[in-house]
Write a protein that binds this ligand. Structure first.
Ligand SMILES: Cc1cc2nc3c(=O)[nH]c(=O)nc-3n(C[C@H](O)[C@H](O)[C@H](O)COP(=O)(O)OP(=O)(O)OC[C@H]3O[C@@H](n4cnc5c(N)ncnc54)[C@H](O)[C@@H]3O)c2cc1C
Length: 284
């Protein structure tokens, strides 16, 4: 199926884009976390969302969910690991699935972690963001898994069923992955190095040779997700219609720059949805 639009991200920007595309009658797919945004839930007290004084983050998250459900829309769970420009349409990869769309609305929030040196260079050449897509390539091999979030532990466990040896580097406390071929290392590599493909991780106190490296985190830098996307200072460059430099690609919310605020994200989600609809009308 070719969608009119694919929205990526389930924070306020994504919610707003989805509500508006629904109202405007478009055929769209909404991808992200099924449980909204951690950055909404985390707020103790929100004092600057118009019309909802002193609402808590969990209340706002519940209101977003109820609003979307009331309009018959719900996000589909999935972390997008790549978007490909197919000249006139885009292919979006989430897990083992690929979806196609005429437009894309990026609402991915601000990437918390900076890419590791060498990460973007070796992506697809020994570096992967997706265990289910690429795990089979490392059957019987030695791999490193950099785990940034507990929610990816099942992916690390899956990789341990395929690889001969897994060096697991959790970037949080209380990692619960256990398997006899898994060795936990409590350190962060400073660089990925190699020749034609990634071959080793470099630490401040030495190196580790591996056949492949899985980086499992929920935020991937926008320019890595979609090659050719223009960024400025780590944010996606957009104009006042939330249009990026790529035809049919729009961006909204924290990913486009400061201030990092709910209402700015929701406002831009609205603008991006309208701009996507204008684009669809102009490019029938
Ligand atoms: C503790 C805390 C308190 C805050 N308090 C306030 C406040 O009082 N007032 C205020 O205005 N703002 C506040 N903020 C800021 C506010 O949370 C953000 O500005 C807002 O959430 C941005 O919305 P967004 O939709 O752009 O991105 P986010 O809310 O960050 O949502 C982005 C979503 O995209 C998903 N995503 C990212 N990459 C991918 C991918 N590759 N595939 C699939 N999904 C992906 C993420 O998992 C996330 O669910 C607070 C933030 C924090 C952390």
């Amino acid at each position: 199926m070719l969608y009119d639009s694919i929205i990526i991200g389930t924070g306020p920007a994504g919610v707003s884009a989805a509500l508006n595309l629904k109202i405007l009658g478009k055929n769209f797919l909404w991808l992200g976390s099924g449980s909204g945004s951690k950055k909404v839930e985390a707020a103790e007290l929100i004092r600057n969302y118009p019309g909802l004084p002193n609402i808590s983050g969990t209340e706002l998250a519940a209101a977003f969910k109820a609003h979307a459900e009331g309009m018959g829309i719900a996000p589909q769970s999935g972390v997008v690991t790549a978007i490909y420009d197919l000249s006139g349409r885009y292919a979006v990869q989430a897990g083992t699935e690929t979806y196609e769309s005429k437009t894309i609305i990026l609402c991915t929030g601000v990437a918390a972690a900076k890419p590791i040196a060498g990460e973007e260079n070796f992506l697809g050449r020994g570096v992967s963001y997706c265990a289910t897509c690429d795990g089979f390539l490392y059957r019987g091999k030695t791999i490193a898994v950099l785990l940034f979030d507990k929610s990816f532990e099942h992916e690390a466990e899956y990789l341990a069923t395929l690889a001969q040896k897994v060096y697991l580097m959790p970037m949080y406390k209380n990692c619960e992955v256990q398997a006899k071929n898994v060795e936990i290392m409590l350190k962060m590599p400073r660089e990925i190095a190699g020749g034609m493909k990634a071959e080793r991780l470099i630490f401040s106190d030495g190196e580790l040779a591996v056949d492949g490296i899985f980086i499992l985190r929920s935020s991937i830098s926008p320019a890595t997700l979609l090659r050719g996307l223009k960024t400025e200072g780590g944010h996606i460059a957009v104009d006042r219609q939330c249009r990026t430099n790529l035809a049919g690609v729009f961006a909204a919310g924290d990913c486009t720059g400061r201030p990092y605020q709910y209402v700015k994200a929701a406002g831009e989600g609205n603008v991006a949805a309208h701009a996507a609809v204008d684009y669809l009308a102009e490019n029938k």
